[in-house]
Design a protein around this ligand. Structure first.
Ligand SMILES: [Zn+2]
Ligand SMILES: [Zn+2]
Length: 147
């Protein structure tokens, strides 16, 4: 399967499309994602904002600090987040993609906050905090080539 990749909410009021392959696919175990999704772990598919189109009058959003999460105002499905510290990037909920099985995560983020009963026996890298460096959170010792 190749781009474009499409997705949307449960009711169909919000639809989006990405013209390229994602630059980042990750799990996030942080408490903020957990609150926002209601699920024990979240997963995200990252694109540059100029590579996507996002449509839907029902799209609503909620800002918490630098992070703004969008969701469908009709059916409540979480759609994406943007982070002020990550200019021109958008991260869609993996479960909002039309073909979610295509987007295999490559890293676990914020495993310091992972729930103790959640076991995911894969060999993926595990970051104690974020898997995407923010300008104010340099992690030179945790960088890997190609990430
Ligand atoms: Zn909806
Ligand atoms: Zn998170």
């Amino acid at each position: 399967m190749t781009a474009p990749h499409t997705g949307g909410c449960r009711c169909g009021a919000v639809r989006f499309e990405a013209s390229v392959e994602p630059h980042h696919i990750s799990y996030c175990h942080c408490g903020d994602c957990r609150r926002a999704s209601g699920a024990p772990v979240s997963a995200f598919v990252g694109f540059m904002t100029d590579q996507i189109t996002l449509n839907g009058k029902s799209l609503k959003s909620y800002r918490n600090g630098p992070v703004e999460r969008s969701f469908c105002g009709v059916c409540g499905s979480p759609i994406a987040y943007v982070d002020k510290r990550l200019a021109d990037q958008i991260y869609f909920m993996l479960g909002a993609m039309d073909m979610p099985a295509y987007f295999r995560p490559t890293v676990h983020a914020h495993v310091r906050e992972q729930l103790p009963f959640l076991h995911m026996p894969d060999a993926l890298p595990r970051e104690l905090k974020t898997s995407v460096p923010r300008p104010d959170q340099p992690r030179p010792d945790q960088q890997r080539p190609g990430e």
